[in-house]
Design a protein around this ligand. Structure first.
Ligand code: 5AD
Ligand code: SF4
Length: 455
C-alpha cells in the first residue's frame, strides 16, 4: 500500500503548492508522527516552512497526557489564531491526542480551528484540507486496528541528521488507570519488521548513526503467527546484527513485560545502547495495584536486579507520578525509598492529573489535595537531583564512547554528544565531527551534563 497522490491543490490565484508548518507537543512518538504527517503532505504537493506566518496550513500535533499539556496547546492555538488577522486564508488544524480526545468539540471551542485529525487518520489529511479550502470544517478521528504507516518514509524534521526515531508499533492495550493514551491512540498493533528494517537501511545510507525504536510498550512487540512470532528481543537482534555501525536505543519498556531475553540481547550487541527507561510510577504496591500497573514493588525490584546482573554498566531512568488517588504519606515514602534503592540516573516526575474517561476518573476520587501533591512532587524532585548528582559523580575519571551530535549550546568550540548510557557530554571539539564515535574522559559535570576531554 502506498500513499495516494492526490490532485495538486489549486487556489484562486492558480498556485498549486501549499505551505505547511507543523508544531509538535508531547512525546517522541508525536515527534515521529509529525514526520509521517510531513511525508504524507509533501507527497501531496505541500512544501514545509519553518514559521507559522509563512504557512497556508498550520498543524499543531497535540498531547493530552496531563491537563497542563492541553492548556499549553490551547494558549498556543489562540496565538496562532490571531495570525489570521494578517493572513485570513491561513488554515489551522489540530492533530494528535487532543484531536482524538476532544473531536468536534475543538471546533466549537476555538473558532479558528478548521481541521481536527486523530493519530490514525493522517493519510486523509490532504483530502480534508481540500474540504477546508472549499469552506467547510473537517474532522477525521477514526481509530484503526491496523494502521502503522508502515510504508511511509518519514520526512526527518530534526536538524541534526545523526539520530532518528523509528516507530515499531502504535497504540496501547495496557489501560493503566491514570492514562489517556489507550483512548487517544487506540489498540496496540505492531509494524511489519521488513518495513522497519527498510526504514533503518535508508537512514543508514543517509548517514544517520543512531536510531530509537519507539512504542508505548516495546516489550509487547509481536509480529507473525503460528509459532513463528518475532518478539521485541528478536527484532532488536535483527536490527543490531543488520546494522552494526548504527547505535540502537528503544523506548518505552514496561516492567511487567521486560524479560531477561531483552536484557540478554542488549548484552550480546555492543551497538545496543546500555540505557533502559523503565517507568515505575510509584514505589507502593498498593498504589501500583490501583494504577493497574500489574507488578508489585518487589517485582519491579527484581527487574532492576536482573538489569544490574546482566548489564552492569546500564543506566536506568524512570517516570514517577506523585499524589495518585488515595496515596498516603506511607505510600509516598515507599516511592522515595524505592528511588533511593534503584539510584535512578534520571527521572521524569509528575503530579497526578486526572484525565476524563480513564478508569481512575470514572472509579476513584482525585483526593490528594493539590498542596500535598506539590510537596510530594518537590520531595521526589529533590531526591532525584541528589541521585542524578551521585550518578554523574561516579562517571568522573571514566572514559566513554560518545556519539557526537553537534555543537554545544554555549560555544562553537565545544561539541555535545551522548554516551551509550544516554548521558549528555560536552567537550572541546578538537578534530572530531558530528556523527563520529569518540572516546571522552570525564573530568567534571554540571547539573545537566558531563564535561570531558577527547582522548
Ligand atoms: N497524570 C500525571 N502523569 C501522567 N503520566 C501519564 N498519565 C498521567 C497522568 N494522568 C505520566 C506517566 C507516564 C508518563 C509518560 O506520563 O508517568 O509514564
Ligand atoms: Fe504522547 Fe501520550 Fe501525549 Fe499522546 S498523550 S502525545 S501518546 S505522551
Amino acid at each position: 500500500m502506498s500513499v495516494r497522490r492526490e490532485q495538486p491543490v489549486k487556489d484562486n490565484a492558480g498556485r498549486t503548492s501549499r505551505k505547511l508548518y507543523i508544531e509538535t507537543y508531547g512525546c517522541q512518538m508525536n515527534v515521529n508522527d509529525s514526520e509521517i504527517v510531513a511525508a504524507v503532505m509533501v507527497q501531496n504537493g505541500f512544501e514545509l516552512v519553518e514559521k507559522p506566518e509563512m504557512a497556508d496550513l498550520i498543524l499543531v500535533n497535540t498531547c493530552s497526557i496531563r491537563e497542563n499539556a492541553e492548556l499549553r496547546v490551547r494558549v498556543r492555538l489562540r496565538e496562532l489564531g490571531s495570525l489570521r488577522k494578517t493572513n485570513p486564508d491561513t488554515r489551522i488544524g489540530v492533530i494528535g491526542c487532543m484531536a482524538e480526545r476532544l473531536k468536534e468539540k475543538l471546533l466549537e471551542e476555538d473558532r479558528s480551528v478548521d481541521l481536527v485529525v486523530g493519530p490514525d487518520a493522517y493519510r486523509d489529511l490532504p483530502k480534508l484540507m481540500w474540504q477546508v479550502e472549499s469552506g467547510q470544517k473537517a474532522v477525521n478521528v477514526l481509530l484503526s486496528e491496523e494502521e502503522t504507516y508502515a510504508d511511509i518514509t518519514p520526512v526527518r524534521l530534526d536538524a541534526n541528521k545523526i539520530s532518528a526515531f523509528v516507530s515499531i508499533m502504535r497504540g496501547c492495550n495496557n489501560y493503566c488507570a491514570y492514562c489517556v493514551v489507550p483512548f487517544t491512540r487506540g489498540r496496540e498493533r505492531s509494524r511489519d519488521p521488513d518495513t522497519i528494517l527498510r526504514e533503518i537501511e535508508e537512514l543508514a545510507s543517509a548517514g544517520y548513526r543512531e536510531i530509537t525504536l519507539l512504542g508505548q510498550n516495546v516489550d509487547s512487540y509481536s509480529w507473525g503467527k503460528n509459532g513463528e512470532v518475532l518478539t521485541f528481543s528478536g527484532l532488536l537482534a535483527r536490527v543490531a546484527s543488520g546494522f552494526p555501525e548504527i547505535r540502537i536505543r528503544f523506548s518505552t519498556s514496561h516492567p511487567k513485560d521486560m524479560g531477561d531475553d531483552v536484557l540478554l540481547t542488549m548484552a550480546a550487541y555492543d551497538n545496543i545502547c546500555k540505557s533502559i527507561h523503565l517507568p515505575v510510577q510509584s514505589g507502593s504496591t498498593r498504589i501500583l495495584s490501583l494504577m493497574k500497573r500489574r507488578y508489585s514493588r518487589e517485582e519491579y525490584m527484581q527487574r532492576i536486579e536482573a538489569i544490574r546482573q546482566i548489564l552492569p554498566d546500564c543506566s536506568v531512568s524512570t517516570d514517577i507520578i506523585a499524589g495518585f488517588c488515595t496515596e498516603t504519606e506511607e505510600d509516598h515514602q515507599q516511592t522515595l525509598s524505592l528511588m533511593q534503592w534503584v539510584g535512578y540516573d534520571y527521572a521524569f516526575m509528575f503530579k497526578y492529573s486526572e484525565r476524563p474517561g480513564t478508569f481512575a476518573a470514572r472509579k476513584y476520587t482525585d483526593d490528594v489535595p493539590e498542596e500535598i501533591k506539590i510537596r510530594r512532587l518537590n520531595e521526589i524532585i529533590a531526591l532525584q537531583s541528589q541521585l542524578s548528582y551521585k550518578s554523574k559523580q561516579q562517571d568522573v575519571d571514566k572514559i566513554y564512547e560518545v556519539l557526537v551530535e553537534g555543537r554545544s549550546r554555549k560555544s562553537a568550540d565545544e561539541f555535545v554528544g551522548r554516551t551509550s548510557q544516554n548521558k549528555v557530554v560536552v567537550f572541546p571539539r578538537g578534530t572530531s565531527k558530528p556523527g563520529d564515535l569518540v572516546r571522552v574522559k570525564i573530568h567534571g559535570f554540571t547539573s545537566a551534563t558531563l564535561l570531558g576531554n577527547l582522548i
